[in-house]
Write a protein that binds this ligand. Structure first.
Ligand SMILES: Cc1cc2nc3c(=O)[nH]c(=O)nc-3n(C[C@H](O)[C@H](O)[C@H](O)COP(=O)(O)O)c2cc1C
Length: 157
């Protein structure tokens, strides 16, 4: 099954996860939506990865979903998100992904995230500083690599 992994990433977490999926999934191609174009018609399965910022998915990914909604519905599709506040992950899907795309996805999951203030610039840096003060220090923000295998298993099924 030919698979396209299409992702956006601002500070590298989603990219890292997309690369991990690419490594573990036979016959898959990985594409960064920021600088690559790919015709999804050539693929059987489309995997879409996006970070969450201010409760929202990446803008380019949102536009891609809207532009290709009918085509995506006609194909196997799956989603993963990277987010710092993992307890909200299901809400992020409900609030951002069209219901019929979400309902027909073979899997959608969270791979957690990383908040690294050193990698932020401008407005993001200010927000990160404010948010960092409010983060529960007992809650570890990290990539949930245990979720990769479950995800791959469903994709391969
Ligand atoms: C400005 C900013 C806003 C963020 N907003 C959210 C948010 O609303 N919810 C959340 O769970 N994580 C939030 N995060 C955490 C990111 O989702 C996390 O850093 C993720 O790993 C980023 O992925 P990327 O490195 O692929 O860009 C935010 C991070 C930044 C820097």
């Amino acid at each position: 099954m030919k698979t396209l992994i299409i992702y956006a990433s601002k500070t590298g977490t989603t990219e890292k996860c997309a690369k991990e999926i690419n490594k573990k999934l036979k016959d898959s191609k990985i594409v960064n939506i920021l600088n690559q174009n790919e015709d999804i018609n050539h693929y059987d399965l489309i995997v879409i990865g996006t970070p969450i910022r201010m409760g929202m998915i990446d803008k380019k990914i949102r536009k891609f979903l809207i532009r290709n909604i009918e085509l995506l519905k006609s194909k196997k599709h799956a989603f993963f998100i990277c987010c710092g506040f993992n307890e909200n992950w299901k809400n992020y899907y409900v609030q951002n992904i069209p219901k019929d795309l979400l309902d027909t996805a073979i899997i959608y999951d969270t791979f957690g995230g990383i908040i690294d203030i050193q990698k932020q610039k401008g407005f993001d840096k200010i927000i990160t500083k404010i948010v960092s003060k409010k983060i529960d220090k007992n809650k570890e923000i990290k990539i949930l690599s245990d979720n990769f295998d479950k995800f791959i298993k469903v994709l391969n099924y």
